[in-house]
Ligand binder design. Structure first.
Ligand SMILES: C[S@@+](CC[C@H](N)C(=O)[O-])C[C@H]1O[C@@H](n2cnc3c(N)ncnc32)[C@H](O)[C@@H]1O
Length: 326
């Protein structure tokens, strides 16, 4: 009988109303459900271990990357269907969220990134590229050693009629001093390049053949006046060579062309101050980048001035100058 009465009392007793936590409750154990944007649920998790530090978390407040399953120290309180109805009503009233500053910033970043990484469609697929150079550029090389740099470009381009490669040294000097010269010369000539000798970079604009030509790139790799000391006298000799080169190259470059000097980027070589010599000639330093010989397979930097010794090109930089900034 007692069991029957107890059973009936559970059915007829007034139901306890579970109230939404009051605002100041979050000072102790609760945080209110702060937004109707959160996933539908009507549970609060009170973390026992957090009790002392007066924090509690709403399931819906969890970051979506965080596991939403309550831990063993959590008590899950069912707020009941009435509270859920209040939440649903709020949800129906919800306005469309306007993008805030952060949203706009992220969307701008995404747009810029997709522009920056997209492949330019204007580069024709038949243009060959090696290091800083392409087969679509008219290229003049001056002060070549064994011609291994120009031969490397020529091989990369296949057809190398866009290359004019020159040396200060005579053909006879090159044959005598450089073991690879004939092979490099043959590569160039077979691929349609023009090869000229006895070309002085400090008066080349008056050269009978070169004087009437205009280039997209004029390159002098590791210019050196052939004076091997680090005194003021040698410094002035190297600077004089660079000045003469700039003076002439300026007259032989396309309006949007570039004059490149690659030189060592340490010790005495920095005293040459190539950027300053460029600016003295009203040239704009477009950029200076680390030179990586490994990008030019087969290239042997030569000492010059007799013998087949290699020149230690590490560390070095390419200074790129233009008639104006692009
Ligand atoms: C350190 S070697 C570099 C050679 C070559 N560019 C290379 O990277 O292997 C310096 C070169 O500058 C050249 N040179 C010196 N004075 C020159 C000038 N007035 N005109 C053209 N070349 C010059 C020399 O003939 C020598 O080959």
């Amino acid at each position: 009988m007692g069991q029957i009465i107890s059973y009936m009392w559970r059915w007829i007793r007034p139901k306890k109303k579970i109230e939404k936590p009051k605002n100041d409750d979050h000072q102790t154990n609760y945080q209110p459900i702060n937004s109707v944007d959160e996933p539908e649920n009507s549970h609060y998790i009170i973390n026992i271990s957090d009790h002392a530090s007066s924090t509690a978390e709403n399931v819906g407040n969890h970051d979506h990357d965080v596991d939403l399953v309550p831990s063993t120290t959590d008590i899950v309180v069912d707020l009941g269907s009435e509270y859920q109805e209040v939440v649903n009503k709020k949800k129906r009233k919800k306005k469309t969220k306007k993008p805030d500053q952060v949203d706009l910033f992220i969307s701008k970043l995404v747009t810029e990134k997709s522009v920056a990484t997209s492949t330019p469609s204007h580069v024709p697929s038949n243009v060959k590229k090696i290091g800083q150079y392409t087969s679509s550029q008219k290229i003049l090389l001056v002060g070549e050693g064994d011609f291994s740099f120009s031969a490397c470009l020529a091989m990369a381009f296949g057809n190398a009629a866009n290359i004019t490669a020159t040396s200060l040294n005579s053909y006879a000097f090159l044959v005598t001093n450089y073991g690879s010269f004939i092979a490099n010369w043959t590569e160039l000539v077979n691929r349609g390049s023009m090869v000229l000798h006895d070309v002085n970079a400090t008066n080349m604009s008056k050269h009978p053949v070169l004087g009437s030509m205009v280039f997209d790139r004029i390159i002098f790799n590791f210019p050196h006046a052939g004076r091997f000391g680090h005194s003021e006298t040698e410094l002035r000799a190297h600077q004089k060579l660079i000045r003469g080169f700039f003076r002439n190259a300026k007259k032989m470059i396309e309006k949007d062309g570039e004059i490149h000097i690659t030189s060592k980027s340490n010790g005495f070589y920095l005293e040459w101050d190539i950027p300053k010599i460029g600016s003295d000639h009203n040239l704009c330093l477009i950029e200076e980048i680390k030179f990586r010989p490994s990008k030019y397979p087969g290239y042997n930097t030569k000492y010059g001035f007799g013998g087949d010794r290699d020149f230690d090109s590490n560390p070095s930089k390419t200074y790129k100058f233009g008639l104006s900034l692009k």
